[in-house]
Design a protein around this ligand. Structure first.
Ligand SMILES: *Cc1c(COP(=O)(O)O)cnc(C)c1O
Length: 482
């Protein structure tokens, strides 16, 4: 996106790329969408891609690659050990982050597995701004305890705080006091904090966290999976970063950390992942786990083509015009929805647009999964697939009681450079229609409920015939439109 001024018209985010490969999309008629949603048990994870118009389920592994990334994949050096491709990737990472050692992995959670195995032992705490699902699982699997220390502002749904991902320094000091520095495995900061709506931390906050870590001799680990968004928000929202280049902000960020790991399904618009390490001794402790769980040290489970695409994607991440497309499209979508009164998480973050189903349909009790119901209703109304992030994504207590989520959200992820602005406008239009007809939306109940990860495999049905009424209203308002 360029900062181009518009004459007269309403300003819109302007893409600084052109699209040279396209994929045809289907938009089945509304009656068929209802059929498909019923077949999928009202669970968007169980829809088939052929039946989906805009897939906003996730930003993982679905970002568009550049022509340079595609070209790099053609010159990959396909050897088991010691490939030139690996050297290029290692060189790129050293250049960007300034850390000498690198361990490749097959994706982000594999980095968490290795870090937890080496650094976490029973009873040790890992303070972090906010957890991510796979991070927490690997830490608790090693007997560790996750301490979530995000600033109170981080959990306010509606806010103007530009850095809702900041860690509360007072809480960090108190946590270190509680466990003692030797009781802390490491401190983890997550950039573009995923589960609270892709919200960034400030470079200043990272510096404050880093100081406390240094005072206490505790390693600071950065989850850089969503670093591109965080860098963009540092540059645009933090006064002292405005004069710095993205590359400079990246290096200042890295200089404050001891370890940086990432999912290359997000960072670098490729696939795979990796861990960058400053300290040789720590590197040597982690190294044996790579051939054991991932693959030999010069590929770690990634294909050489992925590694080539990643090396170029990392370089392109240092270009503000490449990384601002996601956040600017999301900001546009959030603004438009707010104008139409649709409740969303603010300020706009990275990753996607988060619709607040709790306020959207406040007549549905949490026990009837309002976020799940809204995700189903949105697919029926538009062919758009979002992801439920509410009570459905929780797990029941061992005695069968429901755990109600803090927030009932429908996440509409914005894969980078994949959708056009007219498609975003369509999403806004259908959401606004649904909002005006929200009283028609009803709850869901399980017909098949798996004990673990029920949000992936579970099947539900509407508690009444509200979905038929929604389709009838759609036909009334839109005539024979798709
Ligand atoms: C996606 C993600 C991960 C896990 O990465 P995978 O490649 O999906 O295993 C870890 N942390 C954050 C913040 C993520 O967004």
């Amino acid at each position: 996106m360029a900062t181009v001024k518009f004459y007269g018209n309403e300003p819109v985010p302007l893409e600084m790329h052109k699209v040279r490969i396209v994929q045809k999309l289907n938009l089945p008629p509304v009656e068929r969408r209802l059929e498909k949603m019923t077949e999928a048990g009202n669970n968007t994870f169980l829809l088939r891609n052929d039946d989906i118009f805009l897939d906003m389920l996730t930003d993982s592994g679905v970002n568009a690659m550049s022509d340079r990334q595609q070209a790099a994949m053609m010159v990959a050096d396909d050897s088991y050990a010691g490939s030139a491709t690996y050297s290029r990737l290692e060189h790129q990472l050293r250049d960007i982050f300034g850390m000498h050692y690198f361990l490749p992995t097959h994706q982000g959670r594999a980095c968490e597995h290795i870090l937890a195995k080496v650094l976490v032992s029973p009873g040790k705490a890992v303070p972090m701004n906010y957890h991510f699902t796979t991070t927490k699982a690997h830490i608790t699997l090693q007997g560790g305890v996750v301490e979530e220390l995000v600033s109170d502002a981080g959990l306010e749904v509606v806010s103007v705080n530009p850095f809702k991902g900041n860690m509360d320094i007072g809480k960090l000091r108190a946590t270190i006091e509680k466990y003692g520095p030797e009781g802390i495995a490491f401190v983890r900061m997550e950039s573009g904090t995923n589960l609270i709506g892709g919200q960034p931390f400030s470079l200043q906050n990272l510096a404050d966290v880093s100081n406390v870590c240094k005072e206490n001799g505790i390693p600071l680990v950065l989850d850089a999976s969503l670093l591109a968004d965080n860098l963009y928000f540092n540059k645009t929202r933090e006064e002292h970063c405005k004069s710095l280049s993205i590359r400079e902000i990246t290096r200042r960020t890295a200089d404050l950390c001891d370890v940086i790991y990432f999912s290359a399904r997000k960072l670098g618009c490729a696939r795979g992942g990796g861990i960058c390490v400053r300290d040789q001794a720590l590197f040597e402790k982690m190294r044996p786990l790579v051939p054991l769980y991932e693959g030999f040290l010069t590929y770690g489970g990634m294909s050489v083509r992925e590694m080539e695409a990643l090396a170029v994607g990392l370089e392109e991440t240092m270009d503000e015009e490449m990384i601002n497309q996601g956040p600017q499209f999301i900001a546009y979508m959030v603004d438009q929805l707010q104008e139409r009164g649709v409740p969303v998480i603010t300020p706009a973050g990275g990753l996607g647009c988060h619709v607040d189903a709790g306020r959207f349909i406040d007549h549905i009790p949490q026990a009837q999964y309002p976020a799940g119901a809204l995700a189903a209703a949105l697919y029926i109304a538009s062919g758009i697939r979002g992801m439920e992030r509410g009570t459905l994504s929780e797990q029941r207590e061992p005695d069968g009681r429901e755990i109600f989520a803090n927030m009932e959200l429908v996440r509409l992820a914005m894969p980078r450079r994949v959708f056009t602005l007219s498609q975003v406008k369509y999403a806004v239009d259908r959401l606004a229609w649904l909002y005006d007809n929200r009283k028609l939306i009803g709850g869901l109940q399980f017909i098949e409920e798996p004990e673990v990860l029920r949000f992936f495999y579970g099947r539900l049905k509407p508690v009444s015939d509200w979905q038929n009424k929604l389709v009838a209203k759609f036909r009334e308002d839109f005539g024979d439109s798709l």
